[in-house]
Ligand binder design. Structure first.
Ligand code: ADP
Ligand code: MG
Length: 242
């Protein structure tokens, strides 16, 4: 069984959500692929980090104060050398919103192979328990709200139907010369997150909201490149009761 350590640690630190590294460890524990990564504390650590990672790389700020990293200037993609990574760390530290935030570090990770960005989410219904959601990334989800929901645990057939229901489903088959993406990889990820014995069922008591945005799906597989898990309210301690 996995994920309990990450959740316990976040609870101990009185965090409302897992940080990105803990969230990705939680996903990896349920066999959802995540990029290889290293956490840096300063630009000086870039050189050492490059020995463990294969460029191109992505650098992201890690802060409990910055849930939407791109909006804050906290994501840089396509970094190719230790020098570029070091510069990107320094540039991020100089962004006012980042300079004024609590910083856990800078996540440096390998770029996922290019593909279709999709979103897999989870939330808790007070009556039905965990729900799992899938949608196509970018404007399709933001503007058209093209998403599909099911009550957990889902079966393989449910996962297939969820994809068929999306208005943008044709995009997965490849349009305008783009290669089709692996539908099986999406179905597998949905089952690992929302299926029997999956992440949301296993941690139903602790996870209030899950957001894997995006899962990047290529011809060959799917990689979760962002992960946010918001925790349920912890049980009150005796000394916190009125
Ligand atoms: P945000 O907090 O802004 O949602 P993300 O971690 O989702 O930050 O990164 C923003 C965008 O950068 C993603 O939607 C994706 O397009 C791209 N990206 C992030 N990490 C990777 C990665 N490892 N490989 C490829 N693209 C990535
Ligand atoms: Mg994201």
């Amino acid at each position: 069984m996995s994920g309990f350590d990450e959740i316990a640690e976040a609870r101990k630190q009185k965090r409302a959500a897992l940080d990105e590294v803990a969230g990705k460890r939680l996903l990896a524990g349920f066999a959802v692929a995540v990029p290889k990564s290293v956490v840096l504390q300063s630009a000086a650590e870039a050189e050492q980090a490059l020995k463990a990672l294969k460029p191109p790389l992505v650098l992201k700020v890690m802060s409990p104060d910055i849930p939407h990293k791109s909006d804050a200037g906290g994501v840089r993609v396509g970094l190719k050398s230790a020098e570029e990574v070091g510069q990107a760390v320094r540039a991020m530290m100089a962004v006012p919103q980042i300079a004024n935030a609590r910083i856990d570090g800078f996540l440096l990770e390998e770029m996922a192979p290019a593909g279709q960005e999709i979103v897999v989410g989870g939330l808790r219904d007070p009556q039905f328990g965990p729900l799992v959601m899938v949608g196509l990334g970018g404007i399709l989800i933001e503007v058209l709200a093209d998403v599909s929901f099911r009550i957990c645990p889902i079966t393989r057939r449910d996962a297939e139907e969820m994809l068929d229901e999306l208005k943008g489903a044709a995009l997965l088959k490849g349009v305008r010369g783009r290669k089709p993406v692996s539908r099986e990889a999406i179905v597998d990820a949905l089952l690992r997150i929302g299926g029997e014995g999956g992440l949301l069922m296993t941690h139903a008591a602790d996870i209030r909201e899950a957001d894997v945005n995006p899962l990047i799906v290529s011809e060959h597989g799917a990689v979760a490149v962002d992960a946010r898990f918001v925790l349920t309210q912890p049980p009150m301690n005796a000394d916190e009761r009125g």
